[in-house]
Design a binder for this molecule. Sequence first.
Ligand code: CP
Length: 427
Amino acid sequence: MAIKDLIYGSDVDMVAEQELFRKASEIKTLLETERGRKALSGIFTKDDKFLELFLGESTRTDLTFTNAVEELGGRLHPRLWKFSSMAKGEPMSSLTHFCEGVRYQGLIMRHDGEEAEALMREALATRNKKNYQIRFINAGMGNKEHPLQKLKDTFTIQELFSNELLHGPQTNNPLRILFCGDVAYSRTIHSLLAVGGIAQYGAKIWMTSPEDNQLPDSIRQALLKHRVEFSELHVPLKDAIESAQPHILYLSRFQFNLRKEWGGRSQEEKNKYEAWYANMVGVTQEVLNIAPPFMKILHPLPQGPELPKRVEDNSRAAYNQQQGNGVPIAMALLIMMFAPNTDLHLLHQDKHVVTVHARTDGGTFSMPSEIGNISRLCICQGGCGNHTGQCTAVESKISGTWGFVSENDFQSITGKGKVFCPQCRPH
Ligand code: CP
């Protein structure tokens, strides 16, 4: 199941999401061993190039994608918006032409401004009009959506409460989730609440936020249209927990960076507001005392005073598990988008196997003219029944086909991805 772009949470339907989670679980296991990591690093080649363009601060999302691409053997070029020509007013269409011209496979973009969604749409329209290959990943789009975070959050919830999430509606014990904080501007909450979010599993939803901090009406209307059970409250967190008895408490910091009206305000004003906010929707000792013992706390991070540091020692804190899931989730996403025929099961076998997406009509490559175009070598040392000794099949990156080179030439090719060729691959 392939995913074309990831702009909204709904771009990955429930079936694709579950497939992505299975892959992420396998990747987590593979990442634990040197052998597994080596095998994963053969899935991409250095021709699998990504541009990462960020306007807005980031630790997790930026480094998650950097690590994910690197672990798969590809290349990621990071560029801050302010050091790109976008800061000089270059249109998104022009950037899209450039990306296609230099053969970026994907553009990973974060933009904290109100125009973020329009820019993404412009890029998509340019790609579609010109029939380009470039694909797009939203890494945080204004106050709209953050679909990678949604995948990471739902995967973590499934690890913590798989029965309630997957079978809850049938067993009359659906997952109960309480969103707390800046429901007006938190794009991670929006992605979990939007169509294709947590409600598709039959979860029961509560939210609590300050009175002047309302859920965007478009999301409210979509929840109503899809007959999702939800309650919007404006009460202190402890009262909301007493009502909801949630499995998951999902917190959000106050999103100063996404709110224009806070742009010119002093740090003192911000601190004062944050202290009030933390008092209403923060995890105090009183909140921990009355919370059900099974409840787990998630937070997309970075945290503000609503999530004091001491909470990380509480058994309910699950946000470090949540952020740790970022890299395997991003790797699973990249595989589904850019190497959809990869069979991760084979990577667990004794031989380090990567399923390649190449045609098998190869002939003999003439060396050395083809040498620069060779992307992968067959690693079979014999025993497949097709040859004795080292297989000399190589894959050309231009045509994506497999052919053969002389043994001498084969020995001279170094530093290429090593996989089984289609003839030698065990089935
Ligand atoms: N959750 C998240 O998007 O974190 P960063 O802002 O650090 O990327």
